[in-house]
Design a protein around this ligand. Structure first.
Ligand code: AMP
Length: 195
């Protein structure tokens, strides 16, 4: 199964993604994690991405698509994977389609975690205060920028997938278990997970 998890920063994507990949036994492909790994390793990609991420912006579509294609071609992703944090723009969604077409593969389901902005700000500011090793982009300055990037650049891809009847919009508010149950319900409807 190829699943996509989309949601604004602070929607609980990371937590739900971890549970989902463990339940479905598929690799977790988080572009944010891959980029942070590249930054730590000081690769060319990491050096290019670092200032953009710290400023709360989006890394270029081409760099991110190349990184995802490389990762998806690895053997453990052949049976599927969960894409977390990608695609984030219409161009990325289109490039992903083109890439998957060359591999005769397709997306099974796009899951949107929906949380209103007020709740996101609270959650993110809380995370910025309490996280033991705060992420460089979890600051009161960058949080509004990341939310803006989500609304302007990522939200339009929801309609892109909705038109193709691939989108499950999930209410991301409530307990972690409640949200997970809602997600699994949609995944099962799309033909994945244990019956
Ligand atoms: P995340 O961990 O998904 O919140 O990603 C952290 C940061 O990495 C984002 O704020 C972006 O700067 C960058 N990033 C992650 N995924 C992408 C993507 N698909 N396209 C562009 N930038 C990305």
């Amino acid at each position: 199964m190829i699943l996509i998890l989309i949601g604004p920063p602070g929607a609980g994507k990371g937590t739900q993604a971890k549970r989902l990949v463990s339940e479905l036994d598929i690799p977790h492909l988080s572009t944010g994690d891959l980029l942070r790994k590249n930054i730590r390793a000081k690769t060319d990609l990491g050096l290019k991405a670092e200032p953009i991420i710290s400023a709360g912006g989006l890394v270029s579509d081409e760099l991110v698509m190349n990184m995802v294609a490389w990762r998806m071609e690895e053997p453990d992703c052949h049976a599927g994977c969960l894409l977390d944090g990608f695609p984030r723009t219409i161009v990325q969604a289109q490039s992903l389609d083109e890439f998957l077409e060359t591999q005769s593969r397709c997306i099974d389901l796009v899951i949107e975690l929906h949380v209103p902005d007020e709740a996101l700000m609270d959650r993110l500011l809380e995370r910025a205060k309490s996280h033991p090793t705060p992420r460089a982009d979890d600051t009161p300055d960058t949080i509004p920028k990341r939310l803006k990037a989500y609304h302007q650049q990522t939200e339009p891809i929801l309609a892109f997938y909705q038109k193709r009847d691939m989108l499950a919009s999930i209410d991301g508010q409530g307990s972690m278990d409640e949200v997970f149950e809602r997600i699994m319900h949609s995944v099962k409807q799309a033909g994945g997970g244990a019956s």
